[in-house]
Design a protein around this ligand. Structure first.
Ligand code: AMP
Length: 281
């Protein structure tokens, strides 16, 4: 496995694969890797000839009071994990390499779907994601790109971006990887205290209960309210609990497939999760 830290170095490494029309798979990450990330790499390995993983903590997607400075950076350990799952090239550029060579004037805004859900509490977040993903797509020029359904809204934003701008890339959504107790794996889980870590799986438990309640015919609004009460009782400060169609349209009845979204804070840690509930009449 190679590690490249410059755009030029990455191009030099990828040019032979491009010349021989090999399928390039790309997994963008911010590092501090866990099984969730590694499953994206495993998916890429199945479909592609060459697998590139980027590790870049993107400053422009963090708000002023968010955890950019403290975000865990563990490149050496990440590299070991990536080598084990068959990654070919790690691209780990500096902020300077990505943004430093000239002032950036271009912004990318993917419209309404970025102002909803996480976009409400994190203004500008998805613009920052859209810019860095576009830059990385142009740098790596992959055939396939892999994103986790854990960040369902992000996946929807990237799919929209690729469609709107005719980027010649297949975007693949990969299911959420969870701990045994149901907690969706996340680099931010490391911020949880021991006690908070024990409480955190309540999020997934409430989603699974909601799924059963919906299949038992309870009204969507009642089900959402019950999630709110259960999370609040468990000590969470709820940011949002929402129901959307898989394309993120608002829905108020369970008469089609629905995705239930939760964002909630436990102490200082903001956790997100979602569950797709199938409708079958
Ligand atoms: P991050 O490093 O948090 O930016 O995540 C990089 C990629 O890994 C994103 O596409 C995430 O959606 C995905 N990812 C993170 N955690 C999980 C998980 N538990 N299951 C599936 N994908 C995940």
């Amino acid at each position: 496995m190679k590690t490249e830290t410059t755009i030029q170095g990455l191009s030099a490494s990828l040019n032979p694969a491009r010349a021989s029309r090999k399928m390039i798979g790309f997994v963008p990450t911010m590092g501090n890797l866990h099984e969730g990330h590694l499953n994206l790499v495993r998916e890429a390995r199945k479909l592609c000839d060459v697998v590139v993983v980027s590790i870049f903590v993107n400053p422009i997607q963090f708000g002023p009071n968010e955890d950019f400075d403290n975000y865990p950076r563990t490149l050496e350990h990440d590299s070991h994990l990536l080598a084990e799952v068959g990654c070919d090239i790690v691209f780990a550029p500096s902020v300077e390499q990505m943004y430093g060579n000239h002032p950036r004037l271009t912004n990318i805004s993917v419209g309404e779907i970025t102002n909803d859900l996480c976009g409400l509490q994190r203004p500008g977040h998805f613009d920052g994601v859209a810019v860095v993903v576009t830059k990385l797509f142009n740098i790596v020029q992959p055939n396939y790109a892999f994103f986790g359904q854990k960040d369902f809204q992000q996946l929807a934003v990237i799919k929209q971006l690729v469609r709107d701008l005719n980027m010649p890339i297949d975007v693949i959504g990969v299911p959420i990887t969870r701990a045994e107790d149901g907690l969706a794996l996340s680099s931010r889980n490391g911020y949880l205290s021991e006690q908070e870590r024990k409480t955190a799986p309540t999020i997934y438990q409430t989603l699974k209960t909601a799924e059963t309640d919906l299949h038992n015919g309870q009204a969507l609004s009642d089900v959402l309210e019950k999630i709110r009460v259960n999370l609040t009782d468990a000590g969470f400060v709820v940011d949002y609990i929402e129901a959307r169609s898989p394309s993120l349209q608002k829905i108020d009845q369970f008469d089609q497939d629905v995705v239930l979204f939760i964002a909630a804070k436990l102490g200082k840690t903001r956790l997100i999760d979602n569950l797709q509930v199938k409708y079958s009449s």
